[in-house]
Design a protein around this ligand. Structure first.
Ligand SMILES: Nc1nc2c(ncn2[C@@H]2O[C@H](COP(=O)(O)OP(=O)(O)OP(=O)(O)O)[C@@H](O)[C@H]2O)c(=O)[nH]1
Ligand SMILES: [Mg+2]
Length: 471
């Protein structure tokens, strides 16, 4: 066992070293990870970022574009031949076609290579010709990062924690009843194990679908791909027992350990450890709308995600990073076009406070982090509307459900983020004296000028933070 592990590690080390050497000697590669919980806006972000890097008319905040040093941008075949390609053309057609609509939910890993031909700046400008920088963008679910916590847990720790968290969720009642009625010491009966796993997975799916921000691992249960139905995904939390040989509990333990070894670790080895820069997309407005519990769950998820970027956190991570690390992480609140610009600074302040608190709790000392409020694809326009003799800053757009045009005032975010974060931490049930609405808008039909990408908010600044220094 140990010998195969070692041999594996060595082979992998040599391979990745080989990859890195050829890349550093010839053309620099930036591997940009894009993650976030389900529906946080990953697909729209990548599509709009790539479209706006291909046509840079709306990217003044990206210094190399502003200085006119990006001579060309083009898509190329990606280096990893076994990872699905990010379906850029389909997603762009959905967003910018004659009947614009949001792209389908993806939730799997995918990759795209965009290459930029860039003239050097400063002293080197006259001496060197343009060079090619490859940007490899990797889209993967944030839930997979949260699985890292499982590596430090035994099955019994995890099951206890999961059952406790489920106890606070009314929708989890059917699963809890089933788990409590199960005898952990009974001999393993495969249909029983499968029924438990099915019911547990159904709860996780409903929780995601109903916009809960409480992510109970394992993350791969939400996106089984070709592992669906296999034993590594056929376990569920059940109560404590003696754990005798051949019992249901013992088998659950075995599958949990297999999940860590065969699903979690390979993802970290093969994908995560190769990332240079990371953006974490956060649906902060959705969480605020969901209430204090939503904000607290979101903060916990951010803490878990940040923890994955802390190399010293455990032996596995230390070995994985081997002296390398991600040096910049951006936490971006997406969908800021739901707010009038007069409120953007407040949304940014809330993101900064959430990031700071997640940093402190994750005892994070490492990469440079930043927080921003962005919209990858702006679906609204702004207007002032009079209501009860007061001027309200609104946004206007086409409603997703019926296509009507409507103006919308989402409520006033507090100037001091603590007004949201404190009640969230203290377990308040609702926001006192405040109400934050949320409305879903469809993407607006666009008439793009040549050279312009799709409209956005601060996507150029996000790009500058993530890759600007390397161009
Ligand atoms: N108004 C607005 N809505 C957005 C924006 N980006 C994303 N959305 C909304 O958020 C939804 C999810 O966006 P996706 O990009 O598909 O999110 P994802 O993280 O890829 O989702 P999964 O693939 O399901 O994990 C979209 O269907 C839109 O309704 C934006 O910039 N503005
Ligand atoms: Mg997606």
């Amino acid at each position: 066992m140990i010998i195969t592990d070692l041999a594996d590690e060595v082979a992998r080390g040599v391979e990745s070293l080989g990859g890195r050497i050829s890349e550093t000697f010839f053309e620099p590669v930036i591997r940009l990870g894009v993650t976030g919980l389900a529906r946080s806006g990953k697909t729209v972000f990548i599509t709009s970022l790539v479209a706006n890097l291909l046509d840079r008319g709306r990217m003044p905040g990206l210094v190399a574009a502003q200085e006119g040093r990006i001579e060309a941008a083009f898509l190329q075949p990606q280096p990893d031949v076994t990872v699905p390609r990010f379906e850029f053309e389909e997603h762009l057609a959905a967003l910018t076609g004659p009947h614009p609509h949001w792209p389908e939910s993806t939730r799997s890993i995918s990759e795209l290579r965009l290459s930029l031909r860039v003239r050097p700046s400063g002293l080197l400008a006259g001496l060197q010709g343009p060079r090619t920088v490859h940007l490899d963008i990797v889209d993967y679910p944030g839930e997979w990062l949260l699985d890292l916590a499982l590596l430090d847990m035994s099955y019994r720790d995890w099951a206890e924690d999961a059952l406790n968290r489920l106890a606070h969720r009314p929708e989890a009642q059917p699963y809890l009843d089933q788990a409590r009625a199960t005898d952990p010491d009974a001999a393993l009966d495969e249909p029983v194990a499968q029924a438990l796993a099915r019911s547990f997975t159904a709860y996780l799916d409903t929780a995601r679908g109903s916009g809960s921000y409480d992510c109970i691992p394992p993350g791969r249960f939400l996106l089984p791909g070709d592992l669906a139905g296999s034993p590594v995904l056929t376990f569920a939390p059940i109560p404590e027992g003696a754990g005798r040989r051949g019992s249901l509990l013992r088998e659950m333990e075995r599958r949990f350990e297999a999940y860590k070894a065969k699903v979690v670790k390979p993802f970290f080895h093969d994908h995560f450890a190769r990332i240079d820069r990371q953006v974490v997309l956060v649906d902060a407005l959705g969480a605020i709308h969901a209430g204090p519990q939503g904000v607290e769950d979101l903060r916990r998820a951010m803490e878990g995600i940040l923890g994955a970027f802390r190399p010293g956190r455990n032996a596995f991570l230390t070995r994985l990073w081997r002296g390398r690390r991600v040096d910049r992480i951006l936490f971006a609140a997406t969908k800021a076009d739901h707010l009038h610009h007069s409120q953007h600074a407040r949304l940014t302040a809330i993101m900064e406070a959430l990031t700071r608190s997640a940093r402190d709790r994750a005892q994070f000392a490492g990469a440079e982090t930043a927080a921003m409020a962005i919209a990858s694809l702006r679906a609204t326009t702004e207007e002032m509307r009079e209501h009860d003799g007061q001027q309200l800053p609104c946004v206007r757009g086409r409603l997703l459900e019926d296509g009507r045009q409507a103006a919308f005032y989402p409520g006033e975010l507090p100037e001091d983020p603590a007004r949201l974060l404190a009640p969230a931490r203290q377990g308040a049930r609702s926001w006192l004296g405040a109400d934050y609405g949320l409305m879903r808008f469809a993407p607006a039909p666009l008439a793009l000028h040549p050279g312009d990408g799709p409209p956005h908010i601060r996507l150029d600044r996000a790009a500058q933070f993530l890759i600007g220094d390397r161009l």
